[in-house]
Design a protein around this ligand. Structure first.
Ligand code: GSH
Length: 201
């Protein structure tokens, strides 16, 4: 398998999951500005949507969309517990979290990256994001992981997007469960290895 990634973007989530599962994979770096891959080819030949992450399977099929990729990967190693059995109620709960992270936190923070957006609009999106952080604070104050007592693919995703707060100078102090969570997930050997690999030039 090949994971097409850009350092510290949302592709970090499937990267962490690949390492948590101990699956063999190759990393292919994408320049998100030029859309060029390390060998000079245009990444849009792999993912016409032009964004990471993309996972290329050994038979040449390409899977996109982070929440779909991480569930596909976790199902290759069901014994890992990174995702409950497909079709179970617990799996639906995991999907509820993945959808919350993708639509409320990931997409909710995207406008903050937009240099063209006026400060007033940015402030609107920040306030909305902070309401979602209130909900995360309530959850992570009573449990260590999004779905309860065990790390799942949803935690790989939330850890990834919370990592962007430092780029927006968002102080997580008002939500103390969040920095504690980031520290907890960041201490996992697979997470440390993924971050180390992405820091390579
Ligand atoms: N819906 C996609 C969004 C992926 C996405 O936002 N990728 C960003 C990095 S976090 C990207 O590559 N952006 C470059 C672009 O849109 O040109 C998913 O959840 O996988």
């Amino acid at each position: 398998m090949k994971l097409y990634y850009a350092p510290y973007t949302c592709s970090l989530s499937p990267h962490i999951v690949l390492r948590e599962l101990g699956l063999p994979f190759e990393l292919v770096r994408v320049d998100n500005k030029t859309k060029q891959m390390a060998d000079g080819r245009d990444f849009r030949t792999i993912n016409p949507k032009g964004y990471v992450a993309a996972l290329e399977l050994d038979d040449g099929q390409v899977l996109t969309e982070g929440p779909a990729i991480v569930q596909y990967l976790a199902d290759l190693r069901p014994e890992s517990g990174l995702a409950p059995r497909a079709g179970s109620w617990e799996r639906v709960r995991l999907q509820e979290w993945l959808n919350f992270v993708t639509s409320e936190i990931h997409a909710g923070s995207a406008p903050l990256f937009n240099a063209a957006l006026p400060g007033e609009a940015k402030s609107f999106f920040r306030k909305k994001l902070f309401k979602r952080f209130d909900f995360l604070q309530q959850t992570l104050d009573r449990q260590d992981y999004l779905t309860g007592t065990a790390f799942t693919v949803a935690d790989a995703y939330l850890f990834t997007v919370l990592g962007w707060c430092k780029f927006f100078a968002i102080d997580l102090g008002p939500w103390p469960a969040l920095p504690a969570y980031v520290q907890r997930i960041g201490a996992r050997p697979a997470v440390r290895a993924a971050l180390r690999a992405e820091s390579q030039p």
